[in-house]
Ligand binder design. Structure first.
Ligand SMILES: Cc1ncc(COP(=O)(O)OP(=O)(O)O)c(N)n1
Ligand SMILES: Cc1ncsc1CCOP(=O)(O)O
Ligand SMILES: [Mg+2]
Length: 577
């Protein structure tokens, strides 16, 4: 039933495409009724209708209780070098948090130099694979890659009629990045007649766009505009013409057209040889976003109001992910050819360090996060190390040395003695802002803000074992923190504070929004103390692991007592509900 509800909720945004692929004999009016039923009150009804569709698909199908996960089926070729094709699709979907099943249309012998051989899977066996997956699994979106023969395109067309899905992303793979031809010319006609009219989006590069149109080479942004419109006339609901190969362009320019509005999606070109598989990965990423239902759900709900704006966002989300992966992978060396693969998970470089950090950071360490302040210590006559010792003995579970007005030499000295105290209590010890100081004293990590050293640079300098925290005020910051390889995020200021000047307050609502968006553990900071720590923890977000405090511990006469008090408040709210 959970599946059926999710299916209905997501089906509701894909009315147009769904109607195109309704099962034969399934009354259109019944299908249409989904798309106007979005309210919670109608969910049960929707679920019932969806269960009905499921039974039409497979009379033996059982309703299993549990969690339905977003699912993309990729119908594409295998790349032995694993930069493109099925392998890229699997990695892109996994990186975007979506399950990916695979129907293999051909097996290529391929590396970073080129394609050495292609073995096409017989179309009957492609049909068999499609049936296996589509008759059993609840596929949300089908994404196509290499479809090497017209017979295979026809088989896919028929399968999609037999087993309708919510969305179809067509990446018309015809020529590899190395210039090798991957689809017979006869495929073009069937592609135009059968696949394009079914597609929710088609994503050709310049060569593929002109092949599909039977037009001369596309050489300018103007040509791309015209091509996007002409391709749209062939039936797909949206067109993304990728301009990565456009000559003489500093920017990478893609043209997106939804039948009404045309967008130039620009981003600066990343200088790297590791671009093999970007097309497959981008299309998979779009499919994954559609499967998750996020932006497209919105898009179709407000279809007539701001379809264009939301679609732009979803395409950009996918583009942004690919750009971040390319940027991270720009200096990776895999293979000797002209075009290497990139790292979809932004993790490969971590393994270069001999002692790979497995779970070195424990998110529960964020429970009571003590952040020092030299002015406060001076005011109360506390040395930095005495203050840190008292905080740790009072129950602080992680310590950050945040010393804004201190000479570097003194900072390093203080850091060394505080590190010793923390190590002897098994408490991680981080340095605020100063990666150099963290390196000098071999601290456990750093905390950086949005205008401090970028997380990726800090990670490269510190290596995989160190803890990196980053301040985030928005879901976009939180997503970036994860992409960049941070371990946790600090969110705030939650409440107004005198400790940090001109700091924008996000409030409990802002904290909640960030926690909901964050894939990383979160610690709340800003104006938090024994009187309001409970209200912070009670926002009840699983990613929120604790509170970080400065004045509530250090702008006090007895740091030990204050830390103990805050510790017991946190224990109460966390464990004695
Ligand atoms: C745990 C934690 N969260 C946020 C911050 C703030 O860092 P930043 O935004 O860089 O501001 P400064 O602390 O450097 O003034 C933090 N230090 N710790
Ligand atoms: C460093 C920092 N970052 C956001 S708010 C803040 C200050 C937190 O200090 P306090 O706990 O005294 O409000
Ligand atoms: Mg900072």
């Amino acid at each position: 039933m959970a599946y059926a509800q999710a299916l209905c909720a997501s089906i509701s945004y894909a009315s147009a495409s769904f109607n195109k692929v309704l099962p034969q004999g399934f009354p259109q009016s019944k299908g249409l009724s989904y798309f106007v039923m979005n309210s919670r009150a109608n969910q049960a009804k929707q679920a019932h209708i969806c269960a009905e569709i499921q039974r039409e698909r497979d009379p033996m199908a059982k309703d299993h209780a549990g969690i339905k996960v977003p699912h993309v089926l990729t119908v594409a070729g295998s790349d032995s070098g694993a930069g493109a094709g099925i392998q890229a699709d699997l990695k892109a979907c996994a990186a975007r948090g979506v399950y990916c099943s695979t129907v293999i249309t051909s097996v290529t012998a391929q590396n970073t130099v080129g394609v050495q051989g292609v073995n096409i899977v017989p179309e009957e066996f492609v049909a068999k694979q499609l049936k296996s997956v589509l008759s059993d699994m609840q596929v949300d979106v089908v994404k196509t890659g290499m479809l090497p023969s017209s017979g295979i395109v026809k088989v896919l067309h028929q399968s999609l009629k037999d087993f309708p899905v919510r969305g179809l992303v067509v990446d018309p793979v015809m020529v590899s990045t190395s210039g090798d031809v991957l689809a017979a010319p006869s495929v073009l006609q069937v592609f135009r007649e059968q696949l394009l009219p079914m597609a929710d989006i088609v994503t050709p590069n310049l060569k593929e766009a002109s092949a599909l149109l039977g037009s001369p080479k596309l050489e300018t942004v103007g040509d791309m505009h015209a091509a996007a419109k002409a391709l749209h006339d062939m039936g797909p609901r949206n067109v993304l013409v990728k301009g990565g190969d456009l000559p003489d362009s500093l920017d990478a320019i893609d043209i997106f057209y939804d039948g009404k509005n045309i967008f130039e999606l620009r981003s600066s070109r990343i200088k790297t040889r590791n671009t093999h598989g970007t097309g497959c990965s981008l299309a998979s990423c779009i499919a994954a976003e559609l499967a998750k239902g996020s932006s497209m759900l919105q898009a179709v709900k407000v279809k007539y109001a701001c379809n264009d704006v939301v679609l732009k966002q979803f395409t950009l989300a996918a583009k942004h992910y690919i750009e971040a992966s390319l940027d991270y992978s720009r200096d990776l060396v895999i293979g000797n050819g002209r075009q290497g693969p990139f790292d979809h998970f932004l993790r490969l470089k971590r393994n270069m360090h001999s002692t790979y950090r497995e779970n070195a950071f424990d998110p529960s360490d964020l429970f009571l996060y003590a952040v020092t302040d030299s002015r406060m210590n001076k005011k109360w006559g506390h040395s930095i190390s005495d203050a840190v010792k008292a905080a740790v003995e009072g129950g602080a579970t992680i310590v950050q040395l945040r010393e804004k007005d201190i000479e570097t030499r003194d900072f390093v000295e203080a850091a060394k003695s505080c590190l010793e105290i923390c190590r002897s209590h098994g408490v991680p010890f981080l340095i605020n802002d100063r990666v150099d100081v963290a390196l000098a004293c071999d601290a456990d990590g750093v905390h950086v803000g949005q205008s401090d050293m970028p997380v990726r640079v800090a990670r490269d300098l510190l290596g995989p074992e160190k803890i990196i925290g980053v301040s985030c005020k928005t879901p976009v910051h939180a997503e970036q923190a994860w992409v960049d390889g941070a371990d946790y995020i600090g969110c705030g200021g939650v409440f107004p504070t005198n400790t940090k000047e001109n700091n924008i307050t996000v409030g409990l609502d802002g904290l909640k929004t960030v926690c909901m968006a964050s894939k990383l553990p979160v610690v709340a900071i800003g104006g938090i103390g024994i009187l309001n720590a409970r209200s912070v923890m009670e926002i009840n977000e699983s990613q929120l692991k604790g509170v970080a405090v400065v004045s509530a511990l250090f702008d006090r006469e007895c740091v030990l007592t204050e830390t103990k008090k805050l510790h017991s408040v946190l224990m109460e709210v966390t464990y004695m509900k």
